[in-house]
Design a protein around this ligand. Structure first.
Ligand SMILES: [Zn+2]
Length: 283
Protein backbone atom coordinates (compact mmCIF):
# COMPACT_ATOMS: atom_id res chain seq x y z
CA UNK A 1 0.00 0.00 0.00
CA UNK A 2 1.30 3.46 -0.88
CA UNK A 3 1.38 5.64 2.21
CA UNK A 4 3.01 8.91 1.16
CA UNK A 5 3.33 10.48 4.61
CA UNK A 6 4.00 7.38 6.63
CA UNK A 7 7.54 7.26 7.95
CA UNK A 8 9.11 4.28 9.66
CA UNK A 9 10.76 4.67 13.04
CA UNK A 10 14.44 3.85 12.53
CA UNK A 11 15.98 0.94 14.40
CA UNK A 12 18.34 3.22 16.32
CA UNK A 13 15.59 5.67 17.43
CA UNK A 14 16.21 5.14 21.15
CA UNK A 15 19.94 5.59 20.75
CA UNK A 16 19.42 8.88 18.91
CA UNK A 17 17.02 10.10 21.58
CA UNK A 18 19.51 9.17 24.29
CA UNK A 19 22.14 11.65 23.07
CA UNK A 20 22.76 14.17 25.86
CA UNK A 21 21.99 17.86 25.17
CA UNK A 22 24.48 20.71 25.25
CA UNK A 23 23.65 24.37 25.82
CA UNK A 24 23.06 26.30 22.59
CA UNK A 25 24.88 29.26 24.04
CA UNK A 26 27.35 28.48 26.80
CA UNK A 27 27.30 31.89 28.45
CA UNK A 28 30.59 31.56 30.31
CA UNK A 29 32.11 34.30 28.18
CA UNK A 30 29.18 36.74 28.54
CA UNK A 31 30.14 39.75 30.64
CA UNK A 32 28.63 39.19 34.07
CA UNK A 33 27.01 42.27 35.61
CA UNK A 34 28.49 43.33 38.93
CA UNK A 35 25.31 43.73 41.00
CA UNK A 36 27.28 45.48 43.77
CA UNK A 37 28.02 48.31 41.34
CA UNK A 38 24.30 48.64 40.61
CA UNK A 39 23.38 48.45 44.30
CA UNK A 40 25.77 51.31 45.05
CA UNK A 41 24.31 53.38 42.21
CA UNK A 42 20.77 52.63 43.36
CA UNK A 43 21.46 53.91 46.89
CA UNK A 44 22.40 57.30 45.52
CA UNK A 45 19.87 57.49 42.69
CA UNK A 46 17.16 60.15 42.73
CA UNK A 47 13.55 59.37 41.87
CA UNK A 48 12.65 61.65 38.98
CA UNK A 49 9.19 60.56 37.93
CA UNK A 50 6.43 58.01 37.69
CA UNK A 51 3.93 56.94 35.07
CA UNK A 52 0.66 55.14 35.75
CA UNK A 53 -0.37 52.68 33.07
CA UNK A 54 -4.17 52.40 33.22
CA UNK A 55 -5.86 49.02 32.90
CA UNK A 56 -6.02 47.82 29.25
CA UNK A 57 -3.87 50.75 28.13
CA UNK A 58 -0.24 51.43 27.30
CA UNK A 59 2.06 54.27 28.34
CA UNK A 60 5.59 55.36 27.44
CA UNK A 61 8.39 56.35 29.82
CA UNK A 62 11.99 57.45 29.48
CA UNK A 63 14.94 56.38 31.61
CA UNK A 64 18.38 58.07 31.55
CA UNK A 65 21.39 55.82 30.94
CA UNK A 66 22.67 54.67 34.31
CA UNK A 67 19.21 55.16 35.85
CA UNK A 68 16.65 52.66 37.08
CA UNK A 69 13.03 51.85 36.37
CA UNK A 70 10.67 49.81 38.51
CA UNK A 71 7.36 48.25 37.40
CA UNK A 72 5.00 47.80 40.36
CA UNK A 73 1.71 45.96 40.74
CA UNK A 74 -0.33 48.48 42.73
CA UNK A 75 -3.97 47.43 42.93
CA UNK A 76 -4.46 43.81 41.94
CA UNK A 77 -2.85 40.92 40.05
CA UNK A 78 -1.88 42.23 36.64
CA UNK A 79 0.47 41.24 33.86
CA UNK A 80 2.47 43.83 31.91
CA UNK A 81 3.84 43.62 28.37
CA UNK A 82 7.12 45.55 28.08
CA UNK A 83 8.88 46.89 24.99
CA UNK A 84 12.21 48.72 25.18
CA UNK A 85 13.82 51.04 22.64
CA UNK A 86 17.00 53.07 22.54
CA UNK A 87 15.85 56.65 23.15
CA UNK A 88 18.48 57.77 20.63
CA UNK A 89 17.25 55.47 17.85
CA UNK A 90 14.04 53.46 18.22
CA UNK A 91 15.24 51.04 15.53
CA UNK A 92 17.39 49.61 18.32
CA UNK A 93 14.86 47.61 20.28
CA UNK A 94 14.54 44.59 22.55
CA UNK A 95 15.28 41.17 21.04
CA UNK A 96 13.16 38.67 22.93
CA UNK A 97 14.35 35.60 20.98
CA UNK A 98 18.06 36.17 21.49
CA UNK A 99 17.51 37.10 25.14
CA UNK A 100 15.71 33.77 25.56
CA UNK A 101 18.54 31.92 23.82
CA UNK A 102 21.14 33.54 26.06
CA UNK A 103 19.41 33.50 29.45
CA UNK A 104 16.49 31.05 29.23
CA UNK A 105 12.72 31.20 28.89
CA UNK A 106 12.13 33.40 31.97
CA UNK A 107 14.32 36.24 33.26
CA UNK A 108 15.95 36.32 36.69
CA UNK A 109 17.98 38.89 38.58
CA UNK A 110 21.28 39.48 36.77
CA UNK A 111 19.82 38.68 33.33
CA UNK A 112 19.85 41.29 30.60
CA UNK A 113 17.36 42.49 28.02
CA UNK A 114 19.41 42.47 24.75
CA UNK A 115 18.85 44.63 21.69
CA UNK A 116 18.40 43.53 18.06
CA UNK A 117 21.16 43.25 15.45
CA UNK A 118 23.40 44.99 14.63
CA UNK A 119 23.61 46.41 18.15
CA UNK A 120 23.11 43.23 20.21
CA UNK A 121 24.06 44.79 23.53
CA UNK A 122 22.45 44.94 26.97
CA UNK A 123 19.68 47.54 27.10
CA UNK A 124 18.67 46.84 30.70
CA UNK A 125 19.77 44.56 33.54
CA UNK A 126 17.25 43.00 35.93
CA UNK A 127 18.37 44.02 39.42
CA UNK A 128 15.40 43.26 41.70
CA UNK A 129 12.41 40.90 41.57
CA UNK A 130 10.03 40.42 44.50
CA UNK A 131 8.73 37.25 42.75
CA UNK A 132 12.23 35.75 42.65
CA UNK A 133 11.06 33.23 45.28
CA UNK A 134 8.54 31.68 42.85
CA UNK A 135 11.06 29.52 41.02
CA UNK A 136 9.44 26.67 39.10
CA UNK A 137 5.95 25.48 40.12
CA UNK A 138 4.63 21.88 39.83
CA UNK A 139 3.36 22.57 36.30
CA UNK A 140 6.73 23.86 35.11
CA UNK A 141 5.45 27.44 35.27
CA UNK A 142 7.81 30.35 35.91
CA UNK A 143 7.36 34.13 35.89
CA UNK A 144 8.58 36.93 33.57
CA UNK A 145 8.83 35.04 30.28
CA UNK A 146 10.47 35.92 27.02
CA UNK A 147 8.56 33.17 25.20
CA UNK A 148 5.28 34.83 24.34
CA UNK A 149 4.79 37.48 21.73
CA UNK A 150 2.09 39.91 22.88
CA UNK A 151 -1.67 39.59 22.58
CA UNK A 152 -2.68 41.21 19.31
CA UNK A 153 -5.81 41.99 17.29
CA UNK A 154 -4.68 40.00 14.25
CA UNK A 155 -4.51 36.67 16.07
CA UNK A 156 -7.74 37.60 17.81
CA UNK A 157 -9.42 38.21 14.46
CA UNK A 158 -8.10 34.89 13.20
CA UNK A 159 -9.27 32.83 16.19
CA UNK A 160 -12.52 34.63 17.00
CA UNK A 161 -14.13 34.46 13.59
CA UNK A 162 -13.49 38.07 12.66
CA UNK A 163 -13.68 39.88 16.00
CA UNK A 164 -12.37 43.43 16.30
CA UNK A 165 -10.74 44.30 19.62
CA UNK A 166 -8.60 47.39 20.14
CA UNK A 167 -7.00 46.97 23.57
CA UNK A 168 -4.68 44.03 22.98
CA UNK A 169 -1.14 44.73 24.16
CA UNK A 170 0.02 45.13 20.56
CA UNK A 171 -2.44 47.98 20.03
CA UNK A 172 -1.80 49.50 23.47
CA UNK A 173 1.96 49.52 22.78
CA UNK A 174 1.41 50.93 19.28
CA UNK A 175 -0.69 53.84 20.57
CA UNK A 176 1.72 54.57 23.44
CA UNK A 177 4.75 54.55 21.15
CA UNK A 178 2.98 56.82 18.66
CA UNK A 179 1.97 59.17 21.47
CA UNK A 180 5.67 59.32 22.45
CA UNK A 181 6.37 60.83 19.02
CA UNK A 182 7.80 57.76 17.28
CA UNK A 183 6.81 57.49 13.62
CA UNK A 184 5.83 54.12 12.17
CA UNK A 185 5.13 52.88 15.68
CA UNK A 186 3.33 49.65 14.82
CA UNK A 187 6.25 48.22 12.83
CA UNK A 188 8.61 48.89 15.74
CA UNK A 189 6.48 47.16 18.38
CA UNK A 190 8.11 43.83 19.13
CA UNK A 191 7.87 40.63 21.16
CA UNK A 192 7.78 41.53 24.82
CA UNK A 193 9.06 40.71 28.23
CA UNK A 194 5.92 39.37 29.93
CA UNK A 195 6.25 41.12 33.28
CA UNK A 196 4.69 39.11 36.16
CA UNK A 197 3.14 36.60 33.74
CA UNK A 198 3.33 32.92 34.77
CA UNK A 199 3.91 30.61 31.82
CA UNK A 200 5.48 27.37 30.68
CA UNK A 201 5.05 24.52 28.26
CA UNK A 202 2.72 21.53 28.51
CA UNK A 203 3.98 17.99 27.94
CA UNK A 204 2.91 18.37 24.31
CA UNK A 205 5.02 21.52 24.00
CA UNK A 206 2.13 23.98 23.99
CA UNK A 207 2.60 27.38 25.59
CA UNK A 208 0.47 27.71 28.74
CA UNK A 209 -0.37 30.55 31.08
CA UNK A 210 -1.85 30.51 34.57
CA UNK A 211 -2.92 33.09 37.15
CA UNK A 212 0.02 35.34 37.95
CA UNK A 213 1.27 35.04 41.55
CA UNK A 214 1.85 38.83 41.59
CA UNK A 215 0.21 40.82 44.39
CA UNK A 216 0.01 44.55 45.13
CA UNK A 217 3.43 45.76 46.20
CA UNK A 218 5.37 43.32 44.02
CA UNK A 219 7.82 44.85 41.58
CA UNK A 220 10.47 44.21 38.97
CA UNK A 221 13.35 46.68 38.77
CA UNK A 222 15.92 47.30 36.02
CA UNK A 223 19.10 49.26 35.54
CA UNK A 224 19.15 51.16 32.22
CA UNK A 225 22.38 50.33 30.39
CA UNK A 226 21.55 52.89 27.67
CA UNK A 227 19.08 55.77 27.55
CA UNK A 228 15.73 54.05 27.17
CA UNK A 229 12.30 54.71 25.79
CA UNK A 230 10.04 52.07 27.31
CA UNK A 231 6.41 51.27 26.62
CA UNK A 232 4.34 49.14 28.95
CA UNK A 233 0.85 47.70 28.41
CA UNK A 234 -1.42 46.56 31.24
CA UNK A 235 -2.60 43.42 29.43
CA UNK A 236 -6.38 43.07 28.94
CA UNK A 237 -5.88 39.52 30.26
CA UNK A 238 -5.37 40.96 33.77
CA UNK A 239 -3.61 38.20 35.74
CA UNK A 240 -3.84 36.01 32.59
CA UNK A 241 -5.70 33.24 34.46
CA UNK A 242 -8.25 32.69 31.72
CA UNK A 243 -8.27 34.78 28.57
CA UNK A 244 -7.14 37.94 26.91
CA UNK A 245 -8.20 39.96 23.87
CA UNK A 246 -11.44 41.01 25.56
CA UNK A 247 -12.72 43.20 28.38
CA UNK A 248 -13.86 40.13 30.35
CA UNK A 249 -10.90 39.76 32.74
CA UNK A 250 -10.45 41.85 35.90
CA UNK A 251 -7.76 44.34 34.96
CA UNK A 252 -5.61 46.72 37.01
CA UNK A 253 -3.17 49.56 36.45
CA UNK A 254 0.61 49.25 36.75
CA UNK A 255 3.05 51.88 38.00
CA UNK A 256 6.44 52.70 36.47
CA UNK A 257 8.88 54.72 38.58
CA UNK A 258 12.12 56.18 37.26
CA UNK A 259 15.38 57.05 39.01
CA UNK A 260 18.41 58.99 37.79
CA UNK A 261 21.87 58.22 39.11
CA UNK A 262 24.46 60.98 39.64
CA UNK A 263 27.55 60.36 37.48
CA UNK A 264 29.82 60.01 40.50
CA UNK A 265 27.71 57.12 41.79
CA UNK A 266 28.29 55.11 38.60
CA UNK A 267 31.93 54.21 39.29
CA UNK A 268 32.64 50.71 38.02
CA UNK A 269 29.84 50.74 35.44
CA UNK A 270 30.96 50.49 31.82
CA UNK A 271 28.24 51.57 29.34
CA UNK A 272 27.76 48.85 26.69
CA UNK A 273 29.12 49.58 23.23
CA UNK A 274 27.33 48.53 20.06
CA UNK A 275 28.28 45.07 18.82
CA UNK A 276 31.71 44.85 17.16
CA UNK A 277 30.93 42.52 14.25
CA UNK A 278 32.16 44.22 11.04
CA UNK A 279 28.87 43.58 9.18
CA UNK A 280 30.55 42.54 5.91
CA UNK A 281 29.06 39.01 6.14
CA UNK A 282 32.11 37.68 4.34
CA UNK A 283 31.77 39.81 1.22
ZN1 LIG B 1 -1.61 41.27 26.45
Amino acid sequence: MHRPFHLETPADADARRAVAPVLCYPTGTLPVPDLAVYANARERAQRIGAVTVPAREGRAFRVPAGGFFRITCTEGPQVGDLNLFSAADPQERFYSGKTRALHGTHLRVGDRMWSVFPWLRPMATLVADTLGWYGTDPYGGRVHDVIGTRCDPYTHWLLSGGGQYHHCCHSNLTRALGDAGVEGAEALVHDVLNVFMCTGFTETGQYFMKASPVRPGDYLEFFAEIELLGVLSACPGGDCSAEHSSDAAACHPLEVEIWETPAEALAGWVPPVANGYDRTHGR
